[in-house]
Design a protein around this ligand. Structure first.
Ligand SMILES: [Zn+2]
Length: 120
């Protein structure tokens, strides 16, 4: 068991990016640049986000990336909630980045950063 604490939301930056894109001040290629690794991670480790892509309207995936010095080479990898649970039990708190990814147009954005903390 673990809980998420200390949420840092990037919702404002996301809305800003969408607004700038629609206003033509950001290029499509600047924000729709999910690389192969990110798209594959979203497909295999992500879950269906219950919202549509703000750029093309297709279904979004949401994927979690974990970061901690204590994770060694596992830091900076995409993980499921179950895997995060096991990691937190093993090494203690880890930082988790929630990223939304569109397979269709490659839109991607960091939604929030949280710390996954074990529940004792
Ligand atoms: Zn899209």
């Amino acid at each position: 068991m673990f809980v998420y604490q200390g949420e840092v939301s990037h919702e404002w930056r996301r809305r800003h990016a969408i607004r700038e894109l629609k206003a033509g001040r950001l290029l499509y290629d600047d924000v729709c640049d999910a690389d192969f690794i990110l798209r594959t991670a979203a497909e295999h480790h992500g879950i269906d986000a219950e919202r549509d892509c703000p750029v093309c309207g297709e279904a979004l995936r949401e994927v979690k990336w974990v970061y901690s010095e204590k994770l060694g080479r596992r830091t900076g990898t995409a993980r499921s909630a179950d895997e995060i649970d096991r990691m937190v039990q093993e090494v203690g708190p880890v930082t988790v980045h929630f990223v939304e990814v569109c397979h269709s147009c490659k839109w991607n954005h960091l939604l929030k950063e949280v710390t996954a903390v074990p529940v004792v």
